[in-house]
Design a protein around this ligand. Structure first.
Ligand SMILES: Nc1ncnc2c1ncn2[C@@H]1O[C@H](COP(=O)(O)OP(=O)(O)OP(=O)(O)O)[C@@H](O)[C@H]1O
Ligand SMILES: [Mg+2]
Length: 244
């Protein structure tokens, strides 16, 4: 066993997020601390409206915190320009959105190919491989509207993986699926985590599923709490000195 601790891929330190609304300021995240390292599987559960999607969007550089720092591989994302953020997202971070966000006018194949074109590293052999991995190669010419929810979710996973991201952020990847499809999507995520060593951060309502994994947190009143199993291993607690 190696004692070497991987450098963090994503670190969040004292992250706050408020939304200004006509009826006042909504304080959604009060103080979130989190480290995600290479190859880890981390789960976040929490009630509807607790801020899970908000947090995922912040960690992936789709939105900016009101206060606090988020680093990607040691670089402060909160200080980056939109262009730099877009580059990091495109090359290093995969997203599986809560409601898939597939482009309806593109086929399965085109939906998965598109991020490779945006990143300027189109590789059709790998697009084929990744579609085979999610068992949808034979549906490549179909449009999203012609697929089941589980199949659309698998396309969304293929699209998230196609640029070989170091970390994949999944927002309720099984939330809209029946138990059989949910199990198959989770089996696929486990397989990719083991075979490709990609880190996954998975937001889910399903506490039972999350409870089967080591690192599970619950987002409650704007703070990440230990989930059903002990998760706050010493290396997951970070001090300002490590970040600032
Ligand atoms: N742009 C916004 N402006 C104002 N309030 C917002 C905005 N985005 C989200 N919120 C509010 O922030 C809170 C957290 O939303 P979020 O979508 O992160 O919750 P969630 O935990 O993902 O919920 P769910 O489990 O239902 O997906 C909600 O009360 C939501 O209404
Ligand atoms: Mg959500």
């Amino acid at each position: 066993m190696s004692d070497i601790v991987e450098a963090p891929l994503i670190s969040a330190f004292d992250v706050k997020k408020d939304y200004e609304t006509p009826v006042g300021v909504l304080e959604i995240l009060r103080s979130v601390q989190l480290i995600i390292r290479k190859g880890e599987m981390v789960f976040i559960t929490g009630k509807s409206g607790s801020g899970k999607s908000t947090l995922l969007h912040l960690l992936g550089g789709l939105d900016r915190p009101s206060q606090g720092k988020i680093h990607f591989e040691g670089r402060d994302m909160t200080e980056m320009s939109e262009k730099e953020l877009a580059r990091i997202r495109s090359r290093h971070i995969g997203f599986v959105f809560q409601f898939y966000h597939l482009l309806p006018e593109l086929t399965v194949y085109e939906n998965v190919l598109l991020p490779t074109l945006i990143a300027g590293k189109s590789n059709r052999t790998w697009v084929k491989e990744v579609l085979k991995r999610v068992r949808l190669w034979n549906r490549r010419t179909h449009f999203p509207s012609e697929l089941s929810g589980g199949e659309q979710q698998r396309v969304a996973i293929a699209r998230a993986l196609v640029n070989h991201p170091a970390v994949v952020l999944c927002d309720e990847p099984t939330g809209n699926l029946d138990s059989e499809n949910a199990a198959s999507v989770m089996a696929l995520i486990n397989e990719l985590n083991t075979q490709e060593g990609q880190a996954f951060l998975i937001v889910t309502h399903d506490e039972e599923m999350a409870g089967r994994y080591d690192r599970t947190y619950r987002l409650h009143e704007g703070v990440l709490m230990p989930g059903q199993r002990p998760v706050l291993r010493p290396e997951t607690i970070i001090s300002p000195k490590q970040i600032l």
